[in-house]
Design a protein around this ligand. Structure first.
Ligand SMILES: Cc1ncc(COP(=O)(O)O)c(C=O)c1O
Length: 438
């Protein structure tokens, strides 16, 4: 039985939601276990999105719940400024061991957006510390999503997130890499577009390398519809950034912690940035937390001056929160014990092959897959972009599957514990939803 009639809907201003449309016809979740949610009218809903790209080990993990409970009883909170608690150090050490080589200095935040702000500020502080204080410019990319704070929307490239707000001065953007004309239905990384990385070289020619601190990209852009980097693109970006003394930041808020079948996208692509931002899968989505992985060179450049001087004037009340650290440690145990950071190729192949069968479904104009991610792009309805995908989303939810849509792309990112039966159910549910939408 739905209890919508007794839930007061008016007061809560929902994020990134069409509030009036939602409240006229709410979709409510009330329980979660393994691969499934339960809606408040008692229906089982298969989670095709790991919540919001975060519940990588599946829902309701007892080990995390117990660790959180224990920590809350032992010590609920500890101030992170000029004070420490052991789990914050132990967790950082554990994270450093799974990090791409060299990225072994960890700064804690409370979310992906905070990780992005932190990374951008660390990049600026680093350049100043090495005597490159003229490097204040930040470079992002069109169609990038880096959270919702002012730094993140400035380097981000989603027009709706930017148009109502002022953005940082001295920011420029690379062109996005989405080129459906050349890369349509490519099975694997796009063949064409490596030259788009040369945009960084052009911006160097335009602004002068000595003005540019850092470039930030999502290795795989999630929020604008699962856009994969063209073959060789990230390598070339790395090469140009290094040549010009520009720090390379990978925003791995969604690609971190096994999403691509490797611990990080940096591992998957074999390209090592100077800084990596993470959140989401860090605690399996259970307790809000983010972490910024910094190269040793970046960190060490700031460990200078008198020993009693604070090296970086930055941090959050909830940096290294003991309960979040406990959740994170329990999450890492699960990832390691169950091999979730490197799921076997057979599962990834089953995923890719099954998703590719949707290419003949109604309205599908492109499919992009990588690791346990898929983007299924639908032809937009004339004069109503996004409406068709939204209808598919509602239809799937009614049929017991949670998907996510952005524009007219269905984005899938199931918990990494997904098996063949779940994959079949995801594909058949989407197939029949697409046969019903108009
Ligand atoms: C690549 C990327 N960066 C940053 C963020 C922001 O994370 P949060 O919503 O935790 O602030 C997201 C969220 O989806 C993301 O996908």
């Amino acid at each position: 039985m739905s209890n919508n009639n007794i839930v007061p809907l008016d007061t809560y201003w929902m994020p990134f939601t069409a509030n009036r449309q939602f409240k006229a016809n709410p979709r409510m979740l009330s329980e979660a276990s393994g691969m499934f949610y339960r809606s408040d009218d008692g229906r089982e809903v298969l989670d095709g999105t790991a919540g919001l790209w975060c519940v990588n080990a599946g829902h309701g993990r007892k080990e995390i719940a117990e660790a959180v409970y224990r920590q809350l009883q032992k010590m609920d909170y500890a101030p992170p400024f000029q004070m420490g608690h052991s789990d914050a150090f132990v967790f950082a050490d554990r994270l450093a061991r799974i990090a791409p080589a060299g990225l072994d200095r960890i700064f804690y935040t409370g979310s992906g957006s905070e990780s992005v702000e932190t990374a951008l500020k660390i990049a600026l502080a680093y350049q100043r510390a090495i005597g490159q204080g003229t490097r204040t410019r930040l470079i992002g990319r069109e169609r990038g999503y880096h959270g919702v704070n002012f730094g993140g929307i400035s380097v981000g490239g989603m027009v709706s997130n930017r148009r109502a707000f002022p953005t940082l001065p001295g920011v420029d953007h690379l062109r996005h890499t989405h080129d459906p004309l050349r890369n349509i239905f490519c099975d694997g990384l796009p063949e064409y577009g490596v030259e788009l990385a040369d945009d960084l070289e052009r911006l160097v020619q335009l602004h002068g390398a000595e003005t540019i601190a850092a470039v930030i990209v999502e290795p795989v852009a999630g929020s604008t519809g699962v856009l994969l980097p063209p073959r060789g693109y990230l390598e070339r970006l790395r090469e140009i950034a290094t040549r010009h003394g520009i720090l390379l930041i990978f925003d791995e808020v969604i690609t971190g912690f096994g999403r691509l079948g490797a611990p990080f996208a940096a591992d998957y692509f074999g390209v090592t940035p100077d800084i990596i931002t993470t959140a989401k899968g860090l605690t399996n989505g259970s307790i809000p937390m983010g972490a910024v992985f910094c190269g040793r060179h970046v960190h060490d450049a700031l460990m200078v001056g008198p020993e009693n001087a604070i090296e970086l004037f930055h941090g959050f009340t909830y940096s290294g929160h003991p309960v979040a650290c406990a959740a994170g440690l329990a999450t890492l145990d699960i990832y390691e014990n169950e091999g979730l950071l490197t799921r076997e190729a057979t599962v990834l192949d089953t995923w890719r092959t099954a998703i590719q069968t949707l290419r003949d479904a109604p309205f599908v104009i492109d499919i992009r897959t990588i690791g346990l991610v898929a983007g299924i792009e639908l032809a937009p309805r004339i004069d109503a972009p996004g409406a068709r995908a939204y209808d598919a989303f509602v239809d799937c939810f009614q049929s017991g599957l949670l998907i996510r849509t952005t524009g007219d792309t269905i984005a899938l990112s199931p918990p990494l514990i997904v098996d063949t039966n779940h994959i079949d159910r995801i594909v058949t549910t989407i197939q029949s939803a697409l046969s019903r939408v108009t």
